[in-house]
Design a protein. Structure first.
Ligand SMILES: *Cc1c(COP(=O)(O)O)cnc(C)c1O
Length: 382
């Protein structure tokens, strides 16, 4: 893939999103669609149906898209699903879990949190105890892969215990949807929230929620926001196939093409396999250079990898970033609260050869910067 499939000047994005897309996905944005055009309305129906397919949610679930980035969709889902009298338990081990709590503060939704360290998955037993100790809890919200670190949370175990206790589950699957299996037959849940521009390899501008239809039917009047009311958005879309307000037409056209390419690659299994190879290639190559990953391999999702900042006094993230950018790669700063780190993603239109070239570029940039010690500072981790 690499160069031939991307515009000549743009670097490959080794980030948590937006991500590198194929040329054909970008080209799908060259048409100006009218939002009432019959072909556009068909396209809209097609993407909604394909998104349901990816979660094996054709029966009993609906797909409600919404304008904006992923956070808009998370905010819309929390604001629409939680009744005024509801209370949500938010499971936190990174920035995206914390963001859900922040959304609830803004919306005036009652919530409780269960937080573990950023390198530690939540304990299902602990979640069960919290639910049993608080009968006001109506919903549980959890991130599938917490992109802050790249950690994979045990979503199936959580889904079962939440379902057993008759609470509703909202999953932020933003950074996994389309690459890691999330089948509603195996992972019972009320809503899965994701966006157009991560593992689906579309362009940014649209989020969506896959919602259990019987749940959504009871959500009239819940929303704290007109534009983020997924109940109303759903009714309108079911009515005439159109969006309530100006749809991101170019983004939808790009997603339509991206979903076609997702299917051609073999769906979730095919895409997930490429990302796993990318991740393995990246981690093996970086470890060979002496870097340490923040997470142990058994909780690392094949999405984005956090590396500890080298202890060498010559290392400077700004110069490292610029050097890599010059060689055609964009990386991402760390977002951990306790440890100095940087992140390299392995999702988007990237393959094994791209990851090998990225590792080579890291080696060359560090040599140019005079950085010899690639491991973390030689002291105990905080
Ligand atoms: C990317 C992401 C989001 C949404 O972020 P936006 O910047 O609003 O697109 C939410 N949750 C997770 C886990 C993410 O990775």
């Amino acid at each position: 893939m690499g160069k031939s499939m991307t515009a000549s000047k743009s670097p490959l994005l080794l980030t948590p999103g937006p991500l590198t897309t194929s040329r054909s996905v970008k080209e799908a944005m060259l048409t100006d669609w009218g939002s009432r055009d019959k072909l556009f309305i068909e396209m809209n129906a097609r993407i909604r149906s394909r998104l349901l397919n990816i979660a094996n949610a054709k029966k009993g679930y609906v797909c409600v898209p919404v304008q904006g980035s992923g956070t808009f969709a998370v905010e819309a889902a929390l604001g629409t699903l939680l009744a005024k009298s509801g209370e949500v338990l938010i499971i936190i081990n990174g920035a995206y879990g914390r963001r859900m709590a922040r959304i609830c503060e803004y919306l005036g939704i009652a919530f409780e949190t269960y937080e573990t360290a950023e390198d530690t998955p939540p304990e299902p037993d602990q979640i069960a105890r919290i639910i049993e100790g608080n009968h006001r809890i109506t919903h549980v919200a959890c991130v599938h892969c917490e992109t802050t670190s790249g950690i994979l949370n045990p979503i199936a175990d959580i889904a079962y215990l939440v379902a057993e206790r008759k609470r509703a589950l909202i999953i932020d699957a933003m950074s996994t949807f389309g690459a890691l299996s999330l089948d509603v037959q195996d992972v019972p849940c009320d809503a899965i929230v994701a966006s157009s521009n991560k593992c689906l390899e579309g362009t940014p501008g649209m989020g969506f929620a896959i919602i259990r239809e019987s749940t959504l039917e009871g959500c009239e009047g819940n929303a704290r926001s007109l534009s983020l009311d997924l109940y109303d958005q759903w009714l309108a879309m079911e009515g005439n196939g159109q969006w309530r307000f100006t749809p991101p037409t170019h983004v939808i056209a790009a997603l339509d093409q991206a979903l076609e390419e997702h299917e051609q690659e073999g769906g979730v299994d095919g895409r997930g396999a490429r990302y796993k190879t990318n991740c393995r290639t990246l981690i093996d190559g970086m470890r060979k250079l002496g870097f340490q990953t923040y997470l142990p391999d058994d909780v690392q999702a094949p999405i984005i990898v956090t590396f500890l900042t080298p202890g060498d006094a010559n290392f400077d993230f700004g110069r490292f970033y610029d050097g890599l950018h010059e060689k055609g790669f964009a990386i991402y700063p760390g977002k951990l609260t306790k440890v100095d780190s940087f992140r390299m993603g392995c999702i988007g239109r990237l393959d094994e050869a791209d990851m090998e070239r990225a590792v080579k570029a890291v080696e060359e940039v560090l040599r140019d910067l005079g950085v010899k010690q690639h491991g973390p500072p030689l002291k105990k981790r905080a």
